[in-house]
Design a protein around this ligand. Structure first.
Ligand SMILES: Cc1cc2nc3c(=O)[nH]c(=O)nc-3n(C[C@H](O)[C@H](O)[C@H](O)COP(=O)(O)O)c2cc1C
Length: 199
């Protein structure tokens, strides 16, 4: 591709509205100061290596950040594509008294190892103990946790001898296409690994 086909972007401005990137879409669960439980949508999230750490980006303007700083734990629910409206409701604005009434319609159940709730009927659950918070990525922080409990829906569990493509047809994944779109992923291809590849 010649340089003439590239558009240079101003790195002194936020870049991310000018193109699409793909990310998971999760609900992070925390305990509020008043004892209620919060769920909030997050798309900037990732496993951290293979040793069962998980991290996500959060601004200190959100309750999620302060709840985790105080309680030192959080939960993660990975919703199915059919749960997109519930996911969106978890990101509804707070009222003047800082309550988030939209949470009342989110079906939840208690986590097993940490003080928090999880979204019912999601396909993957993580319960995390705070590892560290790294502040000052501009306005944002990276919150990382050690996973202390995890569960996956039976229909989303990979099993040897079963076809991965069939699994995705049975349990499609929810992807966030930032900014502002989402996709249901039911079709995929095997990655063309080089012979002898090892991670
Ligand atoms: C699709 C989507 C993705 C989001 N991703 C993030 C994210 O990665 N980090 C973040 O801090 N907020 C993210 N948000 C915004 C929070 O979910 C939202 O501000 C929420 O109300 C914060 O709730 P809290 O005050 O209970 O923490 C996202 C919202 C939506 C709708």
């Amino acid at each position: 591709m010649s340089d003439a086909e590239l558009v240079n972007l101003d790195v002194n401005q936020p870049l991310w509205e000018h193109f699409f990137t793909v990310a998971p879409l999760i609900l992070v669960g925390t305990k509020e100061e008043d004892g209620n439980y919060d769920l909030a949508a997050k798309s900037q999230c990732t496993p951290l290596g293979k040793s069962n750490y998980f991290g996500f980006v959060c601004t200190p303007h959100h309750n999620t950040y302060h709840n985790i700083k105080r309680e030192k734990v959080f939960t993660v629910s990975f919703p199915h594509p059919e749960q997109i409206i519930l996911t969106s409701l978890s990101a509804a604005p707070r009222c003047d008294d800082h309550s988030k009434p939209s949470l009342a319609v989110l079906p939840t159940f208690s986590a097993t190892m940490v003080d928090g709730v999880l979204l019912k009927d999601a396909y993957l659950y993580l319960e995390c103990q705070l590892d560290r918070i790294i502040d000052n990525f501009g306005e944002n922080s990276l919150i990382t946790g050690k996973i202390v409990a995890a569960a996956v829906q039976n229909k989303a569990l990979r099993l040897s001898g079963f076809d991965d493509q069939d699994l995705l047809l049975k349990a499609p994944l929810l992807a966030y296409l930032s900014p502002g779109r989402y996709a249901k992923i039911a079709h995929s291809n095997s990655f063309p690994f080089h012979s002898g590849f090892c991670q």
